[in-house]
Design a protein around this ligand. Structure first.
Ligand code: C5P
Length: 236
């Protein structure tokens, strides 16, 4: 497997082509961004932690029957993935109210959401990822009706798998974002699953163990990611 040209540099990852047209390399950088790229910092060890953490979660999801783009870890900061045709949509499931949900709806922080709630957002930094609904997705042909059904079912299936995985390790999976893409006629989970794209709270103290530590300037960001990895048994 040969690494070729850089295709795209996102806020925290760089994507490279390979000599296999169906495969890409994801490089998890130490860059950490928030507020649509307004706040960016380099956090030592974060690329490596996220690469290993993501591989661990992707393997768990695969074992539980969720098809993902993940192929294998290549080195400390890089993984090999299938090349998907990504849908420009973010799927968010929330088990506890916080973040943009509270800002938008004026609801109290920390409420248990039963059933968990589901939201679609359009992936567009300039527009600050506006919330969209099924009809927007259909009218603008961002995905098909069948893909909408699958995105919801898969995102909730991931919730069942991961909420219990984190609970067993003493953490609450508060909310998270997933993205999907097409591959040979199937819809696969793409992108990553790391504490950059989810919220995790300690089950007893509700201490934040995710990127909110960075967004809110609480400090100890990488240490919190390491603690999450350690509790799950991810080897760093
Ligand atoms: O900001 P908000 O409360 O809508 O975020 C919900 C969840 O989705 C959080 O876990 C956040 O980390 C994640 N998210 C993300 N990327 C975005 C927007 C949200 O990973 N662009």
């Amino acid at each position: 497997m040969k690494k070729q040209d850089e295709l795209f540099a996102g806020k925290a990852k760089t994507v490279y082509a390979t000599d296999d047209a169906d495969k890409l390399i994801l490089h998890f950088r130490n860059d950490t961004s928030a507020f649509d790229g307004e706040k960016i910092e380099q956090l030592d060890r974060k690329g490596r932690i996220n690469n290993r953490f993501n591989a661990f979660i992707m393997e768990k999801l695969k074992a539980a029957g969720v098809a993902t783009h993940f192929e294998k870890i290549l080195n400390d900061e890089e993984s090999l993935v299938k090349k998907l045709e990504m849908l420009p949509i973010e799927c968010v499931v929330r088990n506890i109210s916080t973040g943009s949900l509270c800002r938008r709806l004026g609801v109290e922080e920390g409420l248990d959401l039963n059933p968990p709630t589901f939201e679609f957002f359009l992936k567009n930094d300039e527009l600050h990822d506006p919330m969209i609904n099924d009809y927007h997705i259909l009218s603008f042909k961002w995905a098909t009706g069948d893909e909408i059904t699958q995105m919801k079912a898969l995102t909730f299936k991931v919730n069942d798998i991961l909420a219990s995985l984190f609970r067993d390790a003493g953490m609450l999976l508060v909310d998270y974002k997933l993205e999907f893409g097409r591959y040979r006629g199937a819809l696969l989970l793409g992108d990553e699953f790391t504490p950059d794209g989810c919220r995790l709270w300690d089950i007893e103290t509700r201490k934040k163990l995710d990127k909110d530590r960075f967004r809110q300037g609480l400090g100890g960001v990488v240490e919190a990611y390491e603690e999450v990895a350690q509790r799950l048994g991810v080897s760093l």
